[in-house]
Design a protein around this ligand. Structure first.
Ligand SMILES: Cc1cc2nc3c(=O)[nH]c(=O)nc-3n(C[C@H](O)[C@H](O)[C@H](O)COP(=O)(O)OP(=O)(O)OC[C@H]3O[C@@H](n4cnc5c(N)ncnc54)[C@H](O)[C@@H]3O)c2cc1C
Length: 364
């Protein structure tokens, strides 16, 4: 392994060893970058030479093709954390290297008694990827707590701090998702130094915590409860649990126009009866009405564990929204299952599902 100014060139790398779905072939090279300056130098040089780059954090939101991949992987491994004052009303900001594991950052802030990140406990991957798809869980999105992002703008080559407005953050997306726009180098988040959690908005979590929706409470208790809930759904990485060998939720929750809701409800009623149609989860959201992808998948006939215990790729046995690799699946196996589910939901209810992960060298 050669070491050049904070860059380790790792020979013989396979994306299957670097992604949580455990699938993916061999890149031209893997560059492990220990600090932001190494990332900037590597990406600037590769962009100048027109070499395709895959920026990699924890590999937990990727579906990568097998075989030889015509790209260089730049893996971010800058992991420093510092606490600084500022951030307006909240008065405390934590700054973290993009390569730090997100869970390590959440754990550090909660252990110090600071509120803000606790509902996002247990999400795999890196700090730098959290703005990419505006990660969210249990009623909180990164957009709510994001203070600033330091990025390398790949069009201009400039390394700069930008405000959240520059990121176009929306439900599971931003200007960074599925684009070569920029590489996130460091991120700052606003925290509550008085030790109050973000308001608890997610009904299931509020119920478990015994608080009214909108109340704030002890971040350590919220974190513990979120981790329990996530483990029950196979949503905390565990080497011994194949239900977590996934890319998380495989489809985003579909957002339909308000005028389409009666048609979807009547298709649900036609297939499953009017009681189910009335119970179908549907929430107001920017752009229309948000439905539950997991609910639609199960009601379309794809139960947890589909298609069978001997299939290399199957739905998690804990959560129908996660497509898992049971050890020997290829990207083609995952794609075939994803298409079956997507097409089945469309046929049953006329609702289109869109994948949440980023595709590299393949597509649904
Ligand atoms: C079990 C499980 C549970 C999950 N639960 C959730 C959840 O609750 N909520 C949620 O939102 N997501 C969830 N996810 C998805 C995933 O964890 C998040 O999207 C996470 O932020 C991805 O981080 P990563 O570092 O692994 O990104 P990677 O998979 O390495 O990369 C994903 C994409 O982001 C780009 N990228 C990565 N780092 C940078 C950077 N520094 N600058 C620019 N681009 C970058 C990559 O090029 C790629 O396009 C889950 C995944 C799994 C496996």
């Amino acid at each position: 392994m050669a070491r050049i100014d904070g860059i380790d060139v790792v020979p013989g790398a396979r994306l299957a060893d670097l992604t949580t779905l455990r699938i993916g072939g061999r890149p031209r090279a893997l560059l492990e970058c220990a600090d932001a300056e190494a990332v900037v130098a590597a990406v600037r040089a590769l962009d100048a030479a027109d070499v395709p780059v895959l920026v990699l954090g924890g590999g937990s939101n990727l579906v990568v093709a097998g075989g030889d991949l015509d790209l260089v992987v730049v893996a971010l491994r800058n992991r420093e954390i510092s606490y600084v004052s500022g951030g307006g009303d909240h008065q405390l900001v934590v700054r973290a290297g993009a390569g730090l594991t997100w869970e390590d950052l959440v754990a550090d802030t909660v252990a110090r008694g600071y509120g803000g990140l606790e509902c996002l406990s247990g999400i795999p991957g890196s700090v730098g990827a959290t703005p990419v798809q505006n990660v969210g869980a249990y009623g909180v999105e990164v957009a709510q707590v994001l203070h600033r992002v330091r990025w390398l703008d790949r069009a201009t080559g400039v390394d700069e701090w930008v405000a959240p407005d520059a990121l176009g953050l929306a439900y599971r997306t931003s200007v960074l998702k599925n684009s070569d726009r920029a590489v996130v180098l460091e991120v700052e988040f606003r925290l509550d130094p008085a030790g109050r959690s973000e308001p608890i908005r997610y009904a299931e979590l509020a119920g478990r915590l015994g608080v009214a929706p909108g109340e704030r409470t002890d971040p350590a208790v919220v974190r513990r409860t979120v981790l329990e809930l996530r483990r029950g759904k196979g949503m905390v990485l565990d080497d011994d649990d194949e239900d977590t060998w996934s890319a998380g939720s495989f489809f985003t929750n579909p957002v339909i126009g308000e005028d389409e809701l009666p048609t979807v409800r009547s298709r649900v009623a036609g297939r499953l009866g009017s009681a189910q149609a009335e119970q179908m989860p549907a929430f107001s959201a920017p752009g229309g009405i948000k439905l539950s992808a997991g609910w639609l998948i199960e009601r379309a006939g794809f139960s947890k564990g589909h298609p069978s215990s001997s299939s290399p790729a199957r739905l998690s046995t804990k959560h129908a929204l996660a497509l898992t690799n049971r050890g020997s699946a290829t990207a083609d196996d995952v794609i075939a299952l994803a298409r079956e589910v997507r097409d089945g939901v469309r046929e049953a209810f006329g609702v289109e599902l869109y994948p949440e992960p980023v595709w590299v060298g393949c597509s649904i």
